[in-house]
Design a protein around this ligand. Structure first.
Ligand code: CTP
Length: 468
């Protein structure tokens, strides 16, 4: 039986291949995902010559709804049709130059093409021409590796990884995403040639890193990156979190493994990549702020603030976006202790109002991060913290309904304050605005125009004296 989900499109490719009298195969990730029953919209078609002609013919048959792009220099073509992306390439034999990722490409047979691919599970092909329609061509037992959940290279791993060092990251990504083991020989090859990752662009590296982060249990990928030594090269800041220290019988936890636990906990509740990044970075400044204080043990004062300030450089090094996504991560890192402090003490309305004011619409994400941060193994403590978080959550709802503090705007604008007291722009206006905000956050007055105006008139003289 033919295992494809979109069989009509394959029937059409098949009839085009027959008209051109060319052998064509579906290959790579699409074939792997058919057998794993994972949806995939990227179809790679490999032909023995005539890749562009095949794409052009298929485009004619699909009509106006399909969009064709031809890359003559590379001998490849692409068709976009509905939500499918179909790539056409001629089978190739490649050899690589040690210092560059750029291969010297020559035409080859299907077998040459399969040999130069990254993993046996990604090297399987299925025929779509009349003479081989639906036939699986699996020269390296990729099917067996799929069943046994093994990542294995078609060639000696040293050669496959050296040809394209990004494949070291891909091996770990597939292991984390699919829950597969990397064959030992392959893991050793990654460890021994990890330095070759340096010829790969930061964009491609972080593309794979983000896929690891988005897997169901990202700690699997991070541990492999750490154990092979790749993590030390691509993301040294997180490696510094690893290890414990003991002074006078007092020690601190291993913040690397703690971070991974937080990341896994959080990943069970969200697919938001940037929220997951905030878990990765929440304790990033612990090594830089670590002190030993007699009588207290180890402290990490200010790690949330310093951590937030470290985010832009880490994002820049990894070529992650330096936009509002980064600001969101910074904000969560900065605020990550706040709900925990609340949950450990008596929860006051004023502290919850301030938290709501600062977190704005990101308050729910912040609460998810903080709940994931509970990694104590003491069941009594877990119970107590979770109960207190529930109190924080219900107070958040109650106060938000009453005071509308999410994305808060002052009930009197700067202009209105100036008009009320006949002021010109200057320090006085700032003092009045801050006093108004504090009075609302402390619950002294309602969050509305009339209450605000009354409060400012009453307090005006007092506040202006303090100013002098
Ligand atoms: N490939 C390779 N070496 C790489 C990248 C890709 O050999 N460094 C081959 C593999 O056969 C792979 C195919 O090209 O299956 C398509 O690659 P890509 O679209 O990047 O990845 P997929 O394997 O399809 O996986 P995903 O869609 O999850 O990225």
């Amino acid at each position: 039986m033919f295992p494809f989900l979109n069989e009509n499109i394959f029937k059409l490719i098949s009839s085009c291949a027959d008209e051109l009298q060319v052998d064509a195969y579906i290959i790579g990730g699409y074939v792997r995902d058919v057998f794993l029953k994972r949806p995939n919209k990227d179809i790679d078609v490999v032909t023995i010559g005539k890749g562009i002609e095949l794409a052009t013919k298929l485009h004619e048959k699909l009509g106006k709804e399909a969009h064709l792009s031809v890359f003559k220099n590379f001998g490849t073509a692409q068709i976009k049709y509905n939500d499918l992306e179909i790539e056409f390439v001629g089978a190739r034999k490649e050899s690589y130059n040690r210092d560059s990722r750029k291969p010297i490409v020559e035409d080859g047979s299907l077998n040459d093409d399969q040999l130069r691919r990254d993993f046996t599970i990604n090297a399987m092909a299925i025929g779509v021409s009349k003479n081989n329609y639906g036939k699986l061509l699996d020269p390296f037992n990729g099917m067996q590796d799929l069943e046994n959940k093994i990542i294995r290279t078609p060639l000696e791993p040293q050669i496959t990884y050296s040809d394209d060092p990004l494949r070291m990251m891909r091996a770990i990504r597939f292991s984390s995403q699919l829950g597969f083991e990397i064959e030992e020989k392959s893991r050793l090859a990654i460890t021994s040639q990890k330095e070759r990752i340096e010829i790969v662009s930061a964009e491609r590296i972080s593309g794979e890193l983000n896929k690891i982060i988005l897997s169901a249990k990202p700690s699997v990928g991070f541990k492999l990156l750490f154990d092979t030594g790749l993590l030390h090269l691509i993301f040294p800041e997180i490696v510094k979190l690893q290890g414990t220290e003991t002074i006078n019988g007092q020690s601190h936890k291993d913040n690397f493994y703690h971070t991974l636990e937080v990341l896994d906990n959080l990943s069970a509740n969200t697919d938001n990549l940037w929220l997951r990044w905030s878990a990765i970075l929440h304790d990033i400044a612990k090594p830089a702020t670590k002190r030993f204080e007699d009588g207290h043990g180890f402290t990490f004062h200010g790690h949330e603030d310093k951590g937030a300030r470290m985010v832009p450089k880490i994002f820049a090094n990894l070529k992650l976006p330096l936009n509002e996504k980064m600001k969101y991560v910074q904000k969560l890192v900065l605020l990550h202790l706040r709900p925990i402090v609340l949950a450990k003490t008596e929860v006051s309305d004023s502290a919850v109002r301030r938290l709501l004011f600062e977190a704005g619409d990101d308050i729910d994400d912040l609460m998810l991060l903080c709940e994931a941060d509970i990694t104590t193994k003491n069941p009594n403590k877990i119970k107590k913290y979770l109960q207190n978080f529930e109190i924080v959550r219900s107070k958040l709802i109650e106060l938000e309904e009453k005071d509308r503090l999410r994305n808060w705007q002052p009930p009197l604008s700067g202009e209105q304050i100036m008009e009320l007291f006949g002021l010109t722009p200057g320090r006085e206006v700032g003092i009045l605005k801050n006093a108004l905000r504090d009075a609302i956050l402390d619950g002294l007055i309602q969050n509305d125009f009339e209450a605000g105006k009354k409060f400012l008139i009453e307090k005006y003289n007092e506040l202006m004296i303090v100013k002098k």
